[in-house]
Design a protein around this ligand. Sequence first.
Ligand SMILES: Cc1cc2nc3c(=O)[nH]c(=O)nc-3n(C[C@H](O)[C@H](O)[C@H](O)COP(=O)(O)O)c2cc1C
Length: 228
Amino acid sequence: MAVGCCHASLRRVTVRTSSRSGASCRSRLIGQVGKKVNHVEQIKIVGFAGSLRYASFNRGLIRAAAETAPSGITIEVIDLADIPLYNQDVEDAGEPASVTAFKRALAAADALLVATPEYNHGIPGVLKNAFDWASRPRATSPLRDKPIAIMGASPGRGSTARAQAQLREAAVFTGACVMPLPELLVGSAAAHFSNDGNLTDPVLRTSVVELVEALREWTLRLRLHAAA
Ligand SMILES: Cc1cc2nc3c(=O)[nH]c(=O)nc-3n(C[C@H](O)[C@H](O)[C@H](O)COP(=O)(O)O)c2cc1C
């Protein structure tokens, strides 16, 4: 399926289209992607990265999104440092306060922006663990029907492609509406970030803005569809 219009190869930075997507949300919206929707509403996005590292490239991507958020979009940055390892015994005994706070933040958001590192060709445990907590219980999960955009950065040439594909698949199973396109994959990350993990590349900062604007459109389109 051809959707979206971005295909740019910028050194090792790629913003590209793909046929993978949140299947259930996509099938409901076939024929609508590509059309513009009006930006009259304020959108609140919650952003987080699957890294706890101080100078994390992926936390830097999320920070850049918050710094460059277009008017009408607010981005609240949260981190996953306080989320314990998922344990159903712990959950059954009473959800930890940090998990409750995390889930409330997701529930209060119109959309989520997630930046994933890639560990051993997959999603880092920190991020998968957070999604696992947030996915339960399924009927009331704040991920259900939630619009989500995914991006990622890594120092290598793989650019988090495999981790993003895994995250997309896992997020779809939670019932989230993963935005099909555009994708934002950043390779050779050290060339684009400062030593503190701040995104310094102006072209990439523009790509982040474009992703956030696309997420707003995706969110409004889903809202229109739900109201129809
Ligand atoms: C356990 C481990 C496995 C990794 N595996 C991969 C990998 O499969 N592909 C890749 O591009 N980078 C891999 N890396 C390098 C990470 O992309 C790199 O550490 C990156 O900076 C992590 O993201 P962050 O900067 O947001 O913390 C791995 C790093 C670690 C610690």
